[in-house]
Every structure is written in C-alpha cells, then in structure tokens.
Design a protein around this ligand. Sequence first.
Ligand SMILES: Cc1cc2nc3c(=O)[nH]c(=O)nc-3n(C[C@H](O)[C@H](O)[C@H](O)COP(=O)(O)OP(=O)(O)OC[C@H]3O[C@@H](n4cnc5c(N)ncnc54)[C@H](O)[C@@H]3O)c2cc1C
Ligand code: SF4
Length: 329
Amino acid sequence: MQTFNYVKATNIDKALTGLGSGKFIAGGTTLVDLMKLDVERPSTLVDINVLALDKIEKLPDGGLRIGALVRNSDLAWNADVQKSYAVLSQALLSGASPQLRNMATTGGNLMQRTRCAYFREPSAGTPGGYGCNKRTPGTGCAAMDGFNRTHAILGTSDHCIATHPSDMCVAMAALEAVIHVEGPKGKRTIAFADFHKLPGDTPQVENALEPGELITYVDLPKPVEGARSVYLKLRDRASYEFALASAAVVSKVEGGHIRYVRVALGGVGTKPWRSHEAEAALNGKPVHAATFRAAAEAALAAAKPRSDNAFKVELAKRCLTRTLKLATA
Ligand SMILES: Cc1cc2nc3c(=O)[nH]c(=O)nc-3n(C[C@H](O)[C@H](O)[C@H](O)COP(=O)(O)OP(=O)(O)OC[C@H]3O[C@@H](n4cnc5c(N)ncnc54)[C@H](O)[C@@H]3O)c2cc1C
Ligand code: SF4
C-alpha cells in the first residue's frame, strides 16, 4: 500500500473540493482491501462518513429516498423497505456478512469492483504480471482462457468478462432506481440502467460518474400497487459468498396473468443485468411453468460462456424460473 493523505469532509462542498485525484471513502470494506492489494492507489482519501447522507426518507410522490451513506444493514431492516421493496431487503441480506453489512454503504455498494481473481492480483496489468485490461488497458485478459468459473456470460466483450458482484444493484435494477450525484459541474440524476457500463473496449470505465462526482442519494419509485418482489441467490455456500447466479423479480398478477413484471439477473452479467427479453416473454402471459421457462430461455439466449462457466447458463435459467414462481405465487 502506498502512502496517502487523509481528509475528513464536514460538508459536501468540502468533500468535492478536497478530492483532487483522490477517492471518497465510506465504509471502506472494498476500497481498503483494494489499496492493500495495490489495485487502488489514491493519493488522497476523503472520508465522507460525517456527511448528512445517512437517512431513509419517504418522497412526496410515494417513493423512497436512500442516502448514499445508509448502511446496508439499516437499509435491509428498514420497515418501509421490508414492506414495499422486499426484493431489496432480501438482496442486501444475502450479501457479505453481518459485520460487513454494518459498515458497507449504499454508495459504496454501487461502486464496488469485480471480484475477478486476476484483477485483484497485485501485479496484474504490469510487465510480467497477468494481463488485465481493466487494470491496464491493452495488457489482455488472463481470465478469457484462464480460470473463469465465476465470470460473466452476458454483456462480455473481447476485452473483459468480469462479473459485476453486487446483490443490492440487481434489486435496484429491477426496481428502476434513480441515482443522484453532485460534482464540480453541479447536480444531476442517472437512471439505474445507465449507471454501470458494459466493458466493450474500455473495461476500465465502469460507471457513468464523471471525475469528482459524489453519489448523494438513490431514489426508488413509488411501489407498484399489488406487486410482489423476490430475490433469490445461488452460490457455492449458503452465506458469505458472491452469487453464481441470482434473480430479482417484481411482478403483479391479475386473473392468473402477469400484468406487470421487472426482471434482473446477478452473478452472470458484466453489469447488474436487467432482462427486457424475459419481461417481454412474461408480459400478459398466464402464470405457468412453461411461461417461466420461456422467459428464462429468452433471458439467457445471448449467453456466451467460456471454458469453465457454461454451467451458469442452466443455473441462471433455473434461478430465474424459481424466482418467478415465488414472485407470482
Ligand atoms: C469479504 C467480502 C464479501 C462480500 N460479499 C458481498 C456479497 O455477497 N454481495 C455484495 O453485493 N457485496 C459483497 N461485498 C461487497 C460489499 O457489499 C462492498 O464492499 C460494500 O458495499 C462497499 O461499500 P463501502 O461503503 O464499504 O465502500 P468503500 O469501500 O468505502 O468504497 C468503495 C468505492 O466506492 C466509492 N464511494 C463510496 N461512497 C461513494 C459515494 N457516495 N460517491 C461516490 N463514490 C463513492 C469509493 O471511492 C470506492 O471507490 C463483500 C465484501 C467483502 C469484503
Ligand atoms: S475479466 Fe476483466 S478484470 Fe478479469 S482479468 Fe480479464 S480484463 Fe481483467
């Protein structure tokens, strides 16, 4: 780990002006690890923990505003979230461990980076180290023909196949959250679908934040009346493990037919994976095992597995089929 300056920001203006080419630090559960591994080498850390961004508030239009510093535990156990956005509570509680969730923040979770083992290798992207285009563009991708059991099968490119690791983000994709940011050029909002970027030929660009921008809030739209929502996560062990495949479904059934549905997948995409293909296969259709399977086939039709992760195709289909059954029961 290299030496760095540490600054405590007491308000948003001070956080923005103090940043320079440094990094904000919230819970530190990802950033400190990556600094120890030499993946992140910020010259300055701006501690944002005392900013007044730790509230969960109801919005006048019936939605919910989540401050960027709300801890994952507090969000998961919030009564409004449990009642009206169950998929988000379930996703958060399936992630990491209780201790980590007590520290991890909403903003930090949005910004967490891939768990690709090559990416996290200290020497990756340096001469003599593993090739990693995300660490150093143009050095190749060691995972492509290497150990890629946990890697993505949707949204991959010839330059990177790293999986997006977040559970929370999969639920937020299905809930169509909106991200509020503030930076040197002022305030703006980013639709959840536009926040995380596909790797394409620039895998080092992971999200839509511009230099110096701070995430301030995440807004959830008003809950759909009569809808149910479920998150299901499949992994190598029952806790403290990232998803091999997961699904978030928000759905509303009337007269035995699906009248509203939002579907997102985790553990299989290079970003939290909203599946418009699955939604199209479900909308207006009867609640039936054949409908669910057709949606799962549609969701994974574009999957591109590598040598070790072909099992994820069927795993993700079964995960989504099961989640749809639970969400429409
Ligand atoms: C062992 C382990 C297991 C885990 N398992 C899971 C899991 O199963 N599922 C899952 O979803 N996650 C898992 N995680 C990841 C965990 O959820 C993240 O580490 C956590 O959410 C990050 O939040 P933080 O506040 O600690 O972020 P930090 O480490 O403080 O920051 C992370 C990044 O976000 C940036 N940042 C933070 N806040 C802001 C802001 N407001 N605006 C702009 N940038 C900001 C920082 O600059 C940094 O780049 C695991 C982590 C560990 C260490
Ligand atoms: S999958 Fe992406 S993060 Fe992993 S080694 Fe390849 S380029 Fe790097």
